[in-house]
Design a protein around this ligand. Structure first.
Ligand code: KIV
Length: 283
């Protein structure tokens, strides 16, 4: 059965870990639902791992809606979160509410996620006031890697860690139902998880948070441009795909594919009729 915000709160209270994965397409979503993930994120990381952009900034609302619709079709009974792309919420609260609403109306997501701490409080409040669920996202925020100086771990000094604790509390106070904490030391993950009432989902935030997120293409070993320290590869699909492609190319070139079992046959007696028709046409 699909989880709700009440289940996530209860899971945190009981110390049950929340399982969370990114997902961008229908076939993967079908498998995620079978595996029983508690939540799926249609992340704007799709820009890097599916479209091959260098970062997430170019991703559009149209791309995010299309991928969210595919995931919803594949995982109708899983809690799905749509990720607000760059410039879909930064410019105004009105934009934020409108675009969060699009995710709900057009892709039937259960919640949206947006990046930023204190600087997006008005947007979080606006979306929550409009009746939608918001997941905050602090720490390494990929849409602002220009300001952060790259894809770098955050909160490694006492001062920057204090700033992130302040951001987490402000995002919680604004009404977020959960917060994603990316690329921070495990000690800070533990402190933020203990100080917030809402679930803290970690991606590179250590084990002492309320749940874990990984990027599906990282954990399956499909995305090879770079691998962050927090990734564990649970499979090497690149190797499997490369072998399959190589075998196919070799068999086609060698005339070994297709074989009898891959061919359609004409209906009984029809080949003889065809040959007669060809003979008549030729004479
Ligand atoms: O877009 C995404 O998948 C994300 C993760 C990098 C946390 O926001």
């Amino acid at each position: 059965m699909k989880r709700t915000v009440l289940d996530f709160r209860e899971m945190k209270r009981k110390g049950e870990k929340i399982t969370f994965l990114t997902c961008y397409d229908y076939p993967t979503a079908c498998r995620c639902e079978k595996a029983g993930f508690d939540m799926l994120l249609v992340g704007d990381s799709v820009g890097m791992v599916v479209y091959g952009y260098a970062g997430t900034v170019p991703v559009t609302m149209e791309q995010m809606i299309a991928h969210s619709q595919a995931v919803r079709r594949g995982a109708p009974n899983t809690f799905v979160i749509g990720d607000m792309p760059f410039l879909s919420y930064q410019e105004s609260v009105q934009d934020a509410i409108h675009n969060a609403g699009r995710f709900h109306k057009e892709a039937e997501v259960d919640a949206i996620k947006l990046e930023g701490g204190r600087r997006v409080i008005r947007q979080i409040e606006g979306i929550v006031d409009a009746g939608m669920l918001v997941m905050g996202h602090i720490g390494l925020t990929p849409q602002s890697t220009g300001q952060l100086g790259g894809f770098k771990a955050q909160g490694r000094t006492a001062e920057s860690a204090m700033a992130l604790i302040g951001d987490a509390l402000a995002v919680e106070k604004a009404g977020a139902f959960a917060i994603l904490l990316e690329a921070v030391p495990p000690e800070l993950g533990k402190i933020i998880s203990a100080r917030c009432q809402v679930p803290i989902l970690g991606i590179g935030a250590g084990i002492d948070v309320d749940g874990q997120l990984l990027i599906v293409s990282d954990m399956l070993g499909i995305f090879e441009a770079f691998t962050p320290k927090f990734v564990k590869k649970y499979a090497n699909l690149s190797g499997i795909i490369e072998k399959a492609f190589g075998d196919y190319v070799e068999e086609v070139r060698a005339g070994k594919f297709p074989q009898e079992e891959h061919c359609y046959r004409m209906l009984e007696g029809e080949l003889e009729k065809l040959e007669a028709l060809i003979d008549r046409a030729d004479t």
